[in-house]
Design a protein around this ligand. Structure first.
Ligand code: FMN
Length: 398
């Protein structure tokens, strides 16, 4: 009898373990399918944040690559439908550049509910980027400092990936963000090559001259260099056969007043006339409220502390460009209100990255729901009606 019990106990334990793991699996699956915010906040994000930020980033992109994150059950409401240039988007919330640097996660990011995905920055030749560690979380500020320095698989590898995606008839909106190689002897040519290669594939192109982690890159925002750069790039884009993709310029939030003034005047000139500004990249400023051991790290700061300054800059640049150049607003968006503030400041579309790191896919849905509510409570039927505007009721009195 005693011998019999001994045999049975391990198999009972096994059954119990099997039941527990099946129940846990089913529960997790249920939570993931339903985009349960609590499950992400209390389980998924804390587990992923046990990993080093760069490892967590790689794991997250790999999960996207194999489409492990279920499609969001949220249906975008009609108010969020957006049209810009010749593009129609189901919603105006995009994944910012830097998350999917090599174009591996595009389909799954659309599944999650992003209205568009900007891949890159991509450099012409593959390059490893800066030494590790090069990404740091500042959880108390919901911020990140990164100095990746354009780690890129290079044009050819990313081009083939995007080409395969397009061959499958993927019809989500894809922006391609172009960078330059660290040791490039001819940076203008780096961007020219990118425009010629990716122009026929991209829904829009972004010229990134505002990353703080590539020496000398931000100098291209200075008047003389920028004029030379844009004159060439606008011409090269115009020479593309077939559709001419919108060409955007991504700016740093740390520009001086005179730089902003000069850039605005330049981009309004015919020969330098770009189709949009992306405002903004990460900042090298360190506000006082930053906390934690990593505040001293060099690199670009993103997330909540960037929110107000990027919104202010959107409003400034809209005014300086007389509302003639569409703006993609990015920097610290974590709620529908943040997105709405940027839209009211003048952004036609918005993007986020850092709040996704801290809250996961449910945050995208939350932002969309909150934005829809905010638009409706101000009497707007669409995002475009609200761009650069006051509330509708205020408008009718002005
Ligand atoms: C880890 C990391 C890497 C980034 N890499 C790029 C990049 O390669 N190219 C680029 O234009 N912006 C890059 N960015 C900047 C973002 O696109 C965005 O402009 C900035 O993070 C502000 O948005 P957020 O506060 O929502 O993150 C990166 C940001 C982070 C956090």
């Amino acid at each position: 009898m005693c011998e019999l019990n001994k045999l049975k106990t391990p198999s009972r334990l096994k059954s119990l373990a099997l039941i527990c793991s099946t129940a846990t699996g089913l529960f997790s699956g249920y939570c993931l399918l339903n985009e349960d915010e609590q499950f992400y906040e209390k389980v998924v994000i804390p587990i992923s944040h046990c990993l080093h930020p760069e490892t967590a980033h790689r794991v997250a992109v790999a999960a996207n690559k194999y489409r492990l994150i279920p499609k969001s059950p949220y249906q975008d409401p009609p108010s969020l439908k957006s049209k810009l240039w010749d593009l129609c988007l189901s919603n105006p919330i995009g994944m910012a550049a830097g998350y999917d640097k090599h174009g591996e996660a595009v389909e799954n990011l659309h599944d999650i509910g992003f209205g568009f995905v900007e891949i890159g920055s991509i450099t012409p030749l593959p390059q490893p980027g800066n030494e590790k560690p090069r990404v740091f979380r500042l959880p108390l500020n919901e911020a990140i400092i990164n100095r990746y320095g354009f780690n890129s698989e290079g044009h050819q590898a990313v081009f083939e990936r995007v080409q395969q995606l397009k061959a499958k008839n993927f019809n989500g909106v894809i922006g391609i963000n172009l960078g330059k190689n660290k040791n490039s002897e001819d940076p203008i040519q780096d961007y020219v090559t990118g425009i010629r290669l990716f122009g026929p594939l991209a829904d829009y192109l972004v010229i990134n001259i505002s990353s703080p982690n590539t020496p000398g890159l931000r100098d291209w925002q200075n008047k003389d260099q920028l004029e030379k750069l844009l004159t060439t790039l606008v011409r090269v884009r115009d020479e593309l056969k077939g559709r001419k993709p919108p060409l955007l310029l991504k700016l740093a939030p740390d520009l001086t007043e005179s730089q902003k003034d000069e850039i605005s005047k330049l981009v309004l000139q015919k020969k330098c006339r770009i189709d949009g500004l992306v405002i903004s990249n990460t900042t090298t400023e360190r506000v006082e409220e930053l906390q934690g051991e990593h505040v001293i790290e060099a690199g670009g700061l993103s997330g909540r502390p960037l929110n107000d300054s990027s919104t202010t800059m959107i409003a400034e640049m809209r005014k300086l460009t007389r509302g003639e150049i569409p703006i993609v607003g990015v920097g610290g968006i974590s709620s529908g209100k943040d997105a709405y503030d940027k839209i009211k400041a003048g952004a036609s579309l918005v993007q986020l990255y850092t709040s996704y790191v801290y809250h996961g896919p449910p945050r995208v849905t939350r932002i969309k729901k909150e934005l829809d509510e905010a638009l409706r409570s101000d009497g707007f039927n669409s995002v475009s009606e609200a761009v650069g505007g006051q509330t509708k009721s205020a408008k009718s009195y002005s």
